[in-house]
Design a protein around this ligand. Structure first.
Ligand code: FDA
Length: 392
């Protein structure tokens, strides 16, 4: 029987940060993961360059049943703290857009940085290790691992959400919560491409590969970022962002030329040059292939002079106020994150400890705190992991 101060399950972003901090405080820490390598999601993140934080991180960039829960952890360990860590390890980085920080070279540098921190903090890391059972034992926990039994004063669950099961994502954290009577908020895929009914899809398919800067809205929430037409539906940053706010049955509103009144453009073009084709005039505000497709769908592939003002206004509406109802999303198979999770009302916002179950902690994506696209989810993993690391 091995005894440790702290057992952490899940060697992802949050688990590694928590382990390094606890180890540095002199705790004996065992960090286990069922995967063969730590930080696999870090490795594949940000197109291989890891968007590790966002300069503009603020509580407003997170979704949760309790939007105030994340404030304490985000204040205790900020984006600037993580940037200092990255700089101490000599990792070169740059801001891509909208405050998003990426490694210049490779996301593997972030994994290496964290494993170096683990070594320095004398954390024991055991991979290919699964958990068979957890039981409360006096003031601590007895955990049956595939490598044997462990007794731990503190138990940290850092196993993430359900996104990308192919990479080893499991609903493990939710099962542990249920075992201890802790509420789990309903989960659903977030930051995920949206899909459409067969008719809409048929119309969208020829546009596959086109990308535009768009403003996409659902209810009162809107994001102005890139939009990508794919052979399955719509994707790109603006769609991924809105997917976290979209609920089945709702429509989304898309402005394909934000800041430009497309009706005005074509009406002015008609006055200036009535012989010009409608689609050519439209191509001054949209990619050509998209302009042609929209003009075709509106039945206005002809000279501007032969097209009534009403039809041109309707065309502009299609560009600036396209309303479309997604039929669903690509699901956990491609979702970057899982919305919902461990109810924040059950956790201490400063330490992530379960209020009713001393010594049990939940951190990272498993918790009902989900960030926007753009480095916010890793910042939540670092901040919540660091906060628990000070308390275990
Ligand atoms: P994470 O998923 O990182 O780690 C959980 C760990 O637990 C894993 O190592 C897993 O193997 C282990 N585990 C799971 N079940 C277990 C079990 N039953 N027993 C033992 N171990 C178990 N975010 C961001 O801010 N910037 C970005 O660039 C990206 N890019 C990105 C790309 C892609 C393709 C995806 C899927 C996701 C992103 N994200 C992102 C989101 C980000 O990866 C995510 O929010 C964090 O990794 C969450 O960190 P956690 O440590 O909570 O979970």
């Amino acid at each position: 029987m091995r005894k440790v101060d702290c057992l952490i399950v899940g060697a992802g972003a949050a688990g590694m940060m928590c382990a390094a901090e606890a180890g540095r405080r002199g705790r004996s820490v065992l960090l286990v993961d069922h995967a063969k390598a730590p930080g696999e999601k870090i490795r594949i993140s940000g197109g291989g360059r890891c968007n590790f934080t966002n300069l503009r991180t603020a509580p407003e960039n997170f979704l949760s049943a309790n939007p105030r829960f994340c404030i304490s952890a985000l204040r205790r360990y900020t984006q600037r703290d993580f940037i200092s860590l990255v700089e101490r390890h000599g990792i070169a980085y740059h801001e891509k857009t909208l405050g998003q920080l990426f490694c210049d070279d490779s996301s593997k540098q972030i994994v290496e940085m964290l494993t170096t921190e683990l070594r320095q903090a004398e954390v024991r890391l055991e991979l290919s290790t699964s958990v068979a059972s957890i039981a409360r034992l006096g003031s601590g926990y007895r955990v049956e691992l595939s490598s044997g039994s462990v007794e731990a004063a503190s138990l940290v669950i850092a196993t993430g959400g359900k996104s990308i099961p192919k990479m080893g994502a499991t609903g493990f954290a939710y099962g542990v919560a249920e075992q201890f009577g802790i509420k789990v908020m309903p989960t659903r895929p977030g930051l995920v491409p949206l899909t459409f009914d067969p008719d809409t899809l048929e119309r969208l398919k020829p546009l596959s590969g086109i990308s535009v800067e768009a403003e996409v809205a659902c209810g009162k929430t809107r994001f102005a970022e890139g939009l990508l037409f794919t052979h399955r539906g719509l994707s790109g940053p603006s769609i991924l962002q809105i997917s976290s706010y979209w609920r089945e049955g709702e429509e989304i509103r898309i402005d394909l030329a934000p800041g430009t009144d497309a009706s005005e453009v074509v009406l002015k073009a008609k006055a200036d040059n009535p012989k010009q084709a409608v689609q050519t005039a439209l191509a001054s505000v949209l990619p050509k292939r998209l302009a042609v497709a929209i003009a075709e769908e509106a039945g206005t592939v002809r000279p501007l002079g032969d097209t009534g003002d009403k039809a041109l206004r309707a065309l502009g509406e299609r560009v600036n106020r396209w309303r479309v109802k997604p039929s669903g999303s690509e699901g956990y198979r491609t979702a970057e994150v899982t919305l919902g999770g461990i109810d924040t009302a059950s956790l201490d916002q400063k330490t992530m400890e379960a209020k009713a179950i001393p010594g049990l902690y939940f951190i990272g994506e498993a918790v009902d705190v989900t960030g926007w696209l753009g480095g916010y989810n890793f910042q939540w993993a670092w901040s919540s992991g660091w906060s628990a690391g000070q308390a275990v």
